[in-house]
Ligand binder design. Sequence first.
Ligand code: FE2
Length: 343
Amino acid sequence: MVDSIVNASAVLEVSALSLPDQQRHGETVFPYVIRCESADATRADVERWVAMQSRKLLELAAMHGAVVFRDFALSTAEDFDAFVTALGIPNFPYKKSLSNAVRVNRTERVFSANEAPPEVTIFFHHEMAQTPIYPAKILFFCEIASEEGGATPICRSDVLYERLKEACPQFVENCETKGLQYTNVMPGDDDPKSGMGRSWRSTLEVTTREAAEDRLRELSYSWEWLPDGCLRATTPPLPAVMEVGPGRKTFFNQLIAAFRGWKDSRNDPSEAIRHGDGSKLDADAVQQAVRLAEELAFDVKWQPGDAVLIDNTIVMHARRTFRGTRKVVASLADVRSQSFSVR
Ligand code: FE2
């Protein structure tokens, strides 16, 4: 398939690459990997190639879930910005997001993936599935690979949905009919030591409590101010499952990350997530989801210059712990919104 994609353009020579542990699900491989074979490719060549192939690359991402690009003459955040821009998908600026992670912008479209320290694991999630707006695409790029660890595990959420439904049908039924709601305690100022330390001021793009309340009202959140200046906010019910195509559903939510990882000095994971009707989750079924996602994980073991295009509606991502310097940056694109009525 890759030959028909690229060599039609003759800008670059590319090939489909097999990686150890690469998965096969039905007709698809996971992830799909493309290597640039043109040793003298320039950034301009790459931009031209991406722009010409963008529709097909997005189709590959939708079908396979993720596309890894290796040896594409990218070395800086600026190169990656140009790569993402060439895809022609609208930017989703991080500051517009309601994510709880602290991040730092490097270029217009590119920001640090997560400022949480190396020993912090980021658990599987669909980017911003816990908020009413989310990006349909997420892209990562490796500037510096860590000496040890630091892979980005990815997981096919459609396969996870099918497996979980087999193992815990009642739980999946509850997820589909009741949805999920998320509670998060935000500090007044950014706390970069936590994987979820983004302040309410930054998250809601406000400076005062009154403006924060207006924004929360607009988003249909409920909230409570805590004595230390923190804000406890609860989302409206949101979907737990997404239909991404005929007969193809994904476990599109933040359940695993919220249940395992929303833990810091302010947050207690057992309070972080409920069904949309306020009922508690079946803890055994959640553990089963955690186990299955880990079984289905494919670790993207970064090489400097690697880029990955992920269809966020189909694939979850996470971050392994690491040692040494690791610079992986991210970009979000294609904003969508979601809402849910408890059935
Ligand atoms: Fe993420």
